[in-house]
Design a protein around this ligand. Structure first.
Ligand code: 5GP
Ligand code: MN
Length: 341
């Protein structure tokens, strides 16, 4: 939440800026893109400034239908121009990330940028690198916070179908289609407001979930058949895929999105993990149900973080070494944090 004084300053900054950047985390997901594009459309109605969405690396192609994606600047693809934009912006919004390191190659310029920085985020342990911070770790999504920000700015009348389409998408995906525990009655009230604008929510679900490619389904088939393992004593299921396997199945960005949830969906599991090798590094996705804090686990052992039941991290070891280390850490962690039931 921003104080009335902070809001007044931010409002003034918005109206006086020549260039406003909206930034989000690397490997942007639908909440990252939805909140960024939703805020862009919102701001454009309230400022004469140029409003640009900048992402560290490419967003998955299954999001390319979202209103405004075509104008998005990808830092890694246009580094010198993007660096200039960061350094010359008057105002920078930092959406859906809690720490500048989450912007990968963009971090250095982001830190150097002299612009006023405003964070809107729902991840645990928010860093203090910004001038104004709205961190709500109970919020289902950053898109939900954009609605809260819109209300705080008294911009309710601005909400239209384009904005609502972007925001609906992020709330829907970050709540696992309104299933996860962060989904509240308040979330549903916001969804009702978004639907009142006349969005076609079935088309959004269709655009997100029914876009599989032949290669992706074959990759998932391979993952389930050959790469799914259980640690029954720790109620854990994990999947690992190497770079070579990804190549074999013509991996495209976003193809592994959601796979980790299937490990967790096995009856009786409390932890699901996906290890995937990208550019020689192992990326790890953790999902849990109940008390098991994967945020704590990822930040303690795998240089990561996120939310209590959904987090990520990384490892510079080989795949085999990473899995071995994971098993040891899991054993230690569960001894130190025994499940309550
Ligand atoms: P995913 O598994 O979908 O990549 O990430 C799950 C959640 O954990 C997301 O909310 C994401 O922002 C967070 N997360 C993923 N990787 C990292 C990481 O390396 N560091 C931190 N702090 N959070 C991460
Ligand atoms: Mn999010």
């Amino acid at each position: 939440m921003f104080s009335p004084r902070d809001l007044a300053t931010i409002r003034q900054k918005i109206s006086q800026s020549g260039q406003i950047l909206i930034t989000t985390h690397r490997s942007p997901d639908a909440d990252a893109m939805g909140s960024s594009l939703g805020l862009k459309h919102l701001l454009e109605k309230h400022t004469g400034a140029k409003v640009i969405v900048m992402v560290p690396d490419s967003f998955p192609s299954f999001l390319d239908w979202m209103p405004g994606t075509q104008q998005t600047v990808v830092f890694d693809k246009n580094t010198s121009e993007a660096t200039m934009m960061l350094l010359s912006a008057d105002l920078i919004f930092c959406l859906d990330y809690n720490h500048p390191s989450r912007t990968a190659s963009m971090e250095k310029s982001l830190r150097e940028a002299g612009a006023t920085k405003v964070m809107l985020d729902h991840h645990q342990e928010p860093d203090n690198f910004v001038d104004y911070r709205w961190s709500d770790t109970n919020a289902s999504s950053t898109c939900e916070l954009i609605v809260a920000f819109m209300d705080a700015m008294q911009w309710q009348q601005t909400l239209d179908k384009n904005i609502a389409t972007c925001l609906y998408t992020g709330i829907m995906t970050d709540t696992g289609s309104f299933r996860f525990s962060a989904t509240t009655a308040h979330t549903h009230r916001i969804i009702a407001r978004l639907m009142d604008t006349g969005i076609r929510q079935w088309e959004i679900h269709e655009a997100i979930f029914n876009q599989n490619t032949f290669e992706k389904l074959r990759l998932w088939g391979h993952a389930f058949l050959n790469k799914l393992e259980l640690i029954p004593e720790h109620k854990t299921a994990f999947i690992s895929v190497t770079e070579e396997e990804l190549k074999l199945f013509h991996f495209a960005e976003g193809d592994l999105e959601g796979l980790v949830n299937y490990a967790l969906s096995i009856k009786g599991m409390q932890l699901g993990v996906l290890f995937s090798e990208r550019a020689g590094k192992i990326r790890i996705s953790f999902r849990s149900v109940g008390d098991f804090s994967v945020q704590q686990f990822a930040s303690t052992y795998f240089n990561g973080g996120g939310h209590k039941n959904a987090s990520g991290g990384s490892s510079s070891l080989t795949m085999a070494e990473t899995i071995l280390r994971f098993k040891t850490c899991l054993h230690t962690f569960l001894n130190e944090n025994p499940p309550r039931d």
